[in-house]
Design a protein around this ligand. Structure first.
Ligand SMILES: NC(=O)c1ccc[n+]([C@@H]2O[C@H](COP(=O)([O-])OP(=O)(O)OC[C@H]3O[C@@H](n4cnc5c(N)ncnc54)[C@H](OP(=O)(O)O)[C@@H]3O)[C@@H](O)[C@H]2O)c1
Length: 245
């Protein structure tokens, strides 16, 4: 496919890396220059152009802009009929993307995560999930969402990733103060958490780690009793209702 990217920032760069060796012809906008020039020099499939040229050369266009700036940036550009547009912009409804890219077809909202660059990543997709699946599905897991309400709920729920990383980081520091090789300690924890949750439903894992009086049971009960589970649910409600500062 001829694929274009308007806005070559953090997430768009990871997505370009994910597909740069898949036989597509990829055109990326110059900004951010540090990302775009690195990608173009690393991959022969990737070239840099101005925004209008990106559109003129692409059948499928990804929008990797910050939502607040998108309207102004896109209004100066000419999309064409038949062109398919996939937006990465969290919190911008597909109908609003459609207005910004008319007469092109606003095909999907897709929320990738930076791990997409190496494959094995989760991708949230709303509406044209077959297009997202065709481009990324072979090496990643695409979660097709029913409607904008589901997307909003998933958007809140995915915020659990950073708190989980916080817990692993705190534990790694604690461990690092007690062992010789702190890096190995952190890697152990990452492999432990990723492989265990990658292979098991969360509730099944809790049950499997529920040995009476065991280390896992004792720490989990301590955290639950200190209010961690309730705080997590309150935080998710706050994200959903827009009341979390
Ligand atoms: N980061 C994530 O993990 C993630 C995941 C899913 C979805 N998203 C969504 O993806 C979008 C981008 O997020 P990000 O984290 O990648 O942000 P980012 O790194 O700031 O990317 C935004 C990009 O837009 C570029 N830009 C600004 N003005 C432009 C213009 N006139 N023409 C072309 N490009 C222009 C910026 O270039 P300069 O640096 O030169 O200003 C920058 O490269 C957001 O809407 C976000 O909600 C992000």
């Amino acid at each position: 496919m001829r694929i274009g990217f308007i806005g070559t920032g953090t997430i768009a760069s990871a997505v370009v890396r994910a597909i740069a060796n898949d036989g597509h012809l990829i055109t990326i906008s110059e900004r951010s220059k540090a990302f775009s020039s690195a990608l173009a020099s690393e991959f022969s499939s990737v070239s840099v152009a101005d925004n209008q040229m990106v559109l003129d050369q692409s059948e499928v266009v990804f929008i990797g802009l910050i939502a607040a700036t998108a309207k102004d940036i896109l209004k100066g550009l000419c999309f064409r009929d038949g062109q398919r547009v996939i937006s990465f912009m969290a919190g911008v409804a597909l109908e609003d993307v459609a207005t910004m890219v008319a007469p092109a077809d606003a095909s999907a909202v897709m929320l990738p995560f930076p791990t997409i660059a190496n494959g094995g990543s989760a991708i949230l997709a709303l509406v044209a999930t077959e297009l997202v699946q065709a481009i990324f599905g072979e090496r990643n897991r695409v979660f097709a969402l029913k409607d904008a309400k589901e997307l909003d709920a998933y958007l809140c729920a995915q915020a659990i990733l950073s708190p989980i990383a916080r817990m692993v980081s705190d534990t790694a520091h604690w461990l690092g103060n007690r062992i010789e090789d702190g890096e190995a300690g952190e890697e152990f924890l990452r492999v432990l958490v990723a492989s265990s949750l990658g292979q098991s439903r969360a509730d099944d894992l809790i049950a499997a780690l529920n040995t009476e009086g065991g280390y896992n049971q004792r720490l989990r009960l301590h955290l639950e009793q200190s209010g961690q589970s309730l705080d997590t649910l309150r935080g998710l409600d706050g994200l959903e209702q827009g009341t979390l500062a």
